[in-house]
Design a protein around this ligand. Structure first.
Ligand code: FAD
Ligand code: MLT
Ligand code: ZN
Length: 502
């Protein structure tokens, strides 16, 4: 069951034909064309990994995946598709969580995975220039010997690509310390829908010469062009990193804890992440990280993972130990206990309890993922009220919703509200929407803090954006992509009747 496939969204487009495939084959190597229409016809299941999204909720019906190796090839593909009005879906690692990376119908999938070379790295400035298809983890490995790290880190790092990260303006686990990609991306190379190459791949820290066009592509989710190169500022690797998991008796303690932690750790605080008890239990159940002892988790309603990154190990450890002592010896302790990592393996294991929640959920069942910005003080109520709402609709039982849980980036005000069910069912979706979006709007929050709009939230954009904003976005889309070939149907481009806005 897939909710959002809507033929109208691509009715202005032409499906790719055998003739088009011959044209692509004239300038791409044979392994760059996977198509059920080609003379050597690829088996349909070869396309499955490209047509289906990571959470198994959104399914395209593309016949053709193109995997160019150069920017010039991307340009040739787009020029042809634009002339013929063929829809194009750029695809990175296909780890997106909102159905943005798979077609809504039978558009061509343009995979960036063969554009995967580092172009340059300057160890003095820390500026890395890389092809968009480089996998995030491989870039982390590339800069590590130079004592640098990527300014972004997320659970999907082994598969997601830097171009996909930029296209979604991914947040992740280091945003608290290093800020968003709007700040760390210094330049982009983008192929526009008509094949024009926009070279803004500068390595300048400062450049106030008119509109900063690259910002438009950061978070555009492939609707304005294909990112082929990224110039990004990588920070020096911290000399020392530590982490601790704190078990809290009540969610009410999260906010005062955050204040205390910020005050005590100040400049060395690098992450403040939250998982509720259900999320913790699922992570442990599915082997993500090592479980804490029974004693440590007794009476814990939720957990907070605190990471420090600083310049001198002894100094950081002293600060962290002082913090723990303060927390545990207070008259009314905010935490039951704290488990401090003592080795790199334990450091990774504690992180896995938080980072592994997404994977654990996907092993447990089908997830409805709501990635919202709401005031910190409302995190728990939003989760609890959603659970009660589903219960009141008779949907909280083994055959429908199994778990409602919350986790996320407290430091960024970003809650991941997940509803885990046995299967994607219309009655669950109808109970969740517009309910959740109305709750978000009542807080003047965001319906998508970091995952984007994709195919999942197109219809809900107005809960977070005014009509004036949406109209301006449509005008921008029209300037870049007047024929509406780029990632059709996402994220905003349908009218009140579900028809594509070209
Ligand atoms: P894809 O999924 O392939 O594509 C995502 C969108 O970007 C699509 O709309 C696609 O058309 C477009 N796109 C991709 N490449 C390009 C390009 N080169 N040019 C133009 N458009 C392009 N997200 C977060 O923000 N924070 C997290 O902490 C986080 N953790 C995650 C953990 C797990 C386990 C998983 C599975 C996902 C997580 N995500 C997270 C979501 C996802 O990984 C990110 O959105 C990621 O940035 C997507 O990168 P990708 O290469 O997989 O892109
Ligand atoms: C996370 O913070 O773990 C990611 O955004 C993925 C998710 O929401 O599951
Ligand atoms: Zn997240």
């Amino acid at each position: 069951y897939s909710t959002l496939v809507h033929p109208n969204l691509t009715s202005h487009l032409t499906p790719v034909s055998e003739h088009d495939i011959s044209h692509f084959a004239s300038f791409l190597v044979p392994t760059s064309v996977i198509s059920t229409l080609s003379p050597s016809s690829s088996p349909p299941d070869e396309l499955d990994q490209y047509n289906n999204d990571w959470i198994g909720r959104f399914h395209g019906r593309s016949t053709t995946v193109l995997k160019p190796k150069t920017t010039q090839e991307v340009s040739e593909i787009l020029k042809w598709c634009n002339e013929k009005r063929i829809g194009v879906v750029p695809q990175g690692g296909n780890t997106g969580l909102v159905g943005g990376s798979v077609p809504v119908n039978n558009e061509v999938i343009l995979s960036l995975s063969n554009l995967n070379k580092v172009r340059s790295f300057d160890p003095v400035s820390g500026i890395l220039v890389a092809d968009a298809g480089c996998i995030l983890q491989s870039l982390t490995d590339y800069v590590a010997p130079h004592n640098h790290i990527m300014p972004i880190d997320l659970g999907a790092k082994g598969s997601c690509q830097i171009g996909g990260n930029v296209a979604t303006n991914a947040g992740g686990l280091r945003l608290l310390r290093y800020g968003s990609l709007h700040g760390t991306v210094l330049g982009l190379e983008v192929v526009l829908p008509d094949g024009t190459i926009l070279d803004q791949l500068t390595t300048l820290r400062k450049d106030n010469t008119g509109y900063d066009l690259k910002q438009l592509f950061i978070g555009a989710e492939g609707t304005l062009g294909v990112i082929t190169g990224v110039s990004i500022l990588t920070p020096p690797a911290p000399q020392a990193s530590n982490n601790v998991i704190l078990a809290l008796p009540s969610f009410d303690n999260v906010l005062p804890l955050y204040q205390t932690v910020k005050r005590q750790l100040s400049e060395i605080l690098s992450a403040f992440e939250f998982i509720d008890r259900t999320a913790y239990n699922l992570a442990v159940k599915h082997g993500q990280g090592r479980a804490l002892s029974d004693e440590d988790v007794k009476g814990a309603e939720c957990f907070v993972l605190v990471e420090t990154s600083g310049g001198r190990r002894e100094h950081d450890e002293e600060k962290l130990n002082d913090l723990l002592e303060l927390l545990l010896t207070a008259d009314k302790p905010l935490v039951n206990t704290g488990v401090l990592s003592q080795s790199p393996a334990q450091f990774s294991s504690l992180w896995a309890l938080r980072e592994g929640v997404t994977e654990a959920i996907s092993k447990e069942g089908k997830a409805y993922k709501y990635d919202i910005s709401v005031p910190l003080s409302s995190f728990k109520d939003v989760v609890d009220n959603t659970r009660e709402h589903l219960r009141s609709q008779g949907l909280l039982h083994d055959k429908a919703v199994k778990f409602v849980l919350g986790y996320g980036h407290v430091g960024d005000g970003n809650l991941h509200l997940n509803i885990v069910a046995d299967a994607y069912l219309p009655e669950i979706e109808n109970a969740l929407e517009p309910y959740i979006y109305e709750v978000v709007a009542s807080h003047r929050g965001s319906i998508s803090a970091e995952h984007g709009i994709g195919a999942m939230k197109t219809h809900a954009l107005s809960y977070s954006k005014s009509d004036v904003s949406i109209q301006l976005m449509k005008k921008i889309k029209d300037v870049f992509d007047p024929k509406g070939i780029m990632n059709p149907g996402k994220p905003i481009f349908q009218d009140d009747h579900g028809l594509a806005v070209k």
